[in-house]
Design a protein around this ligand. Structure first.
Ligand code: DGY
Length: 319
């Protein structure tokens, strides 16, 4: 049995695959595969282990009906046509749970960095502008006792809320379709409407999946309901915010700052005005990028491949 792997993965996952007698082919080019290249590679393999932005859409799945499993090295699966995979009977796996702590750390890092303009200050030092001891210039804002509003309170949001309560005694409100009883019980989180979340939060952090319902949900109308002193954080998917509207919201003082680990599009264009704003911090989609987390993700992804090739139920499946 052979698996095609679209980007190099940590050795722990590779070893599991090889110990199971599975032949591995890894795409090592720095560029992403085109859709046709992905199809032609997959035609020579029995399974696909995919990380990055490859579109696992209907035309790909129809061209590769023979695949016994598609295993994603991510928790998000907005790049997959789930209905098509179901209809064609191709199991799709993902890597939930193990990346919650690292991704919540990234949201926390952005929140604190934005609140103290840390990325901007660092850029100024690189330009030779060390002189910031002006008592009224470049002031940040404190997070202590503020309200954290989470859109999509699941495992990652839960981890972030715990950190914010522990570090800054923040009050947690959230907006989900259903209730998160565990978060209500253990963290005192309060479920509110989307508008209430926007109006009451000092920091809004996005942890929802990208779906037709959440695409562009942070637009001009949403930003205009937020506090002028608030910070917007997105470590989920860039498609959840409308980027020109975010730029305008920051320029017009509708919100105070923003921290993004995901942008729209990715990669961000070099001249994007967000890169020059003092109250903005941008990272290149590194939410889960730690040694420990990526190794754990590679193990789950490998186990999904092994199970799929045997015809067993995947340990973590979205289809
Ligand atoms: C995830 O796991 O969904 C990360 O964002 C990587 O795409």
């Amino acid at each position: 049995m052979k698996v095609f792997i679209t980007r190099n993965i940590p050795a722990t996952g590779l070893q599991l695959l090889r110990e199971a007698g599975i032949e591995t082919t890894i795409w090592t080019d720095r560029r992403d595969l085109t859709p046709d290249e992905l199809i032609s590679r997959c035609k020579e393999h029995d399974a696909l282990l995919s990380s990055g932005p490859n579109k696992i859409d209907r035309s790909f799945l129809e061209a590769c009906k023979h695949l016994k499993v598609v295993s994603l090295l991510s928790v998000g699966y907005d790049n997959v046509d789930v209905e098509a995979a179901k209809t064609l009977g191709i199991p799709v796996g993902n890597t939930p749970g193990v990346l919650s702590g690292a991704t919540a750390d990234t949201a926390f890092l952005l929140m604190l960095s934005v609140s103290r303009k840390a990325f901007f200050m660092h850029k100024e030092i690189l330009k030779g502008n060390w002189n910031f001891w002006d008592p009224t210039a470049n002031l940040g804002i404190e997070l202590n006792g503020k309200t954290l509003g989470i859109l999509g309170l699941g495992k990652i949001g839960f981890e972030l809320a715990k950190k914010c309560i522990g570090a800054y005694d923040m009050k947690v409100i959230y907006h989900n379709r259903g209730r998160n009883e565990e978060a209500e019980k253990k963290l005192g989180a309060v479920r509110v409407s989307f508008d209430e979340l926007l109006q009451q939060s000092d920091v809004v952090s996005v942890h929802t999946a990208l779906t037709p319902e959440t695409t562009g949900i942070f637009d001009k109308a949403a930003f205009s309901k937020m506090k002028p002193s608030s910070i917007f954080i997105n470590t989920a998917r860039g498609g959840v915010h409308n980027e020109p509207d975010l730029v305008a919201a920051l320029q017009n003082g509708m919100i105070w700052g923003a921290g993004l680990d995901v942008t729209n599009p990715e990669p961000m264009e070099p001249g994007n005005p967000l890169l020059e704003m003092p109250n903005v911090a941008i990272l290149p989609h590194i939410g889960s990028a730690t040694e420990e987390t990526r190794a754990a993700m590679s193990v789950i992804a490998a186990r999904n491949v092994i199970a799929g090739l045997k015809g067993d139920k995947l340990p973590h499946s979205v289809v």
